[in-house]
Design a protein around this ligand. Structure first.
Ligand code: COA
Ligand code: MG
Length: 239
């Protein structure tokens, strides 16, 4: 698989349709196996193991490296990265059964996926985490559009802080994203530096019914490819 400059690859995967755990354990490092054991619930264990397996397999393919040789470094707030002269940046996210991974050369990237649930308390969460402009934009929408708009806002904000690598140390109310439509994804305001928003791109995507995703990338890109791991997994099977 080639990753040309200025192309973003977004992979998506339903972990119920993927390999059983025996197949991926061989790719995990000792540290990763230790972490795997700490997950109490089988679904969380399977997600962690599958995510590492898919991530290493794809990075190995892009960079022509054997996947077990890939070891990650972690940023100050836990963002994994892989140091290599080809500088492939990546980020992963998971929600319930769905795993998504984003790759691009030379630019910081963040991805988020959320399963859309009916029970979420939109107004209350928005009040606690969104910027004043986002709260105004959300509350001015008709009531039956707010739920979707809430998820657009949430995933876009999280993709942005994940691209920055800052996690929740970054003030979520210090920047404003658009939330009206799936198509028009933008950073509208970055309070700490008015021009920073111009250096970022955002997009929303729907990998599966009932899920919403967003990607944020620092810099311009020319194309995005969406790739289904489940459909392509057999081509990556060793042997
Ligand atoms: N920056 C970017 N990516 C990070 C990261 C960081 N600081 N720390 C971890 N990651 C990566 C890891 O690969 C992790 O997966 P792994 O643990 O299996 O390796 C993956 O991101 C997890 O992403 P996601 O599935 O989206 O998890 P999350 O939504 O629970 O948490 C955090 C993402 C840790 C980066 C952080 O933003 C967080 O805790 N968010 C909580 C949700 C929230 O309040 N969002 C606000 C939206 S308004
Ligand atoms: Mg998330």
């Amino acid at each position: 698989m080639e990753l040309p400059p200025k192309e973003i690859h977004v992979w998506y995967c339903d972990i119920n349709q993927t390999l059983d755990s025996g197949s991926y354990l061989g790719l995990l490092s000792e540290n990763e196996l230790d972490r795997l054991k700490k997950y109490r619930f089988p679904l969380d264990r399977k997600m962690y193991g599958t995510a590492r397996y898919v991530l290493k397999t794809l990075l190995g393919d892009y960079l022509n490296i054997r996947p077990p040789e890939i070891t990650f470094l972690y940023g100050e707030h836990g963002k994994p990265e892989y140091v290599h002269p080809q500088n492939i940046q990546f980020n992963i996210s998971h929600s319930q059964d769905i795993l998504v991974l984003a790759f691009v050369k030379d630019h910081a990237i963040g991805i988020d996926i959320e399963k859309i649930t009916k029970e979420v308390r939109v107004a209350e969460i928005a009040k606690n985490f969104f910027s004043p402009d986002e709260i105004t934009a959300l509350m001015s929408l008709p009531k039956d559009s707010r739920h979707k708009a809430f998820y657009r806002c949430w995933t876009r904000k999280e993709a942005f802080i994940k691209a920055k690598g800052s996690g929740l140390s970054f003030p979520l109310d210090a920047f404003t994203v658009s939330l009206d439509t799936d198509e028009d994804a933008q950073i509208l305001k970055t309070d700490w530096n008015t021009s920073e928003r111009l250096h970022w791109n955002l997009l929303s995507f729907k990998p599966y019914p009932g899920y919403l995703g967003a990607v944020s990338v620092n810099g311009n890109f020319e194309s995005v490819k969406y790739l289904d791991w489940n459909a392509l997994e057999s081509t990556y099977r060793p042997g």
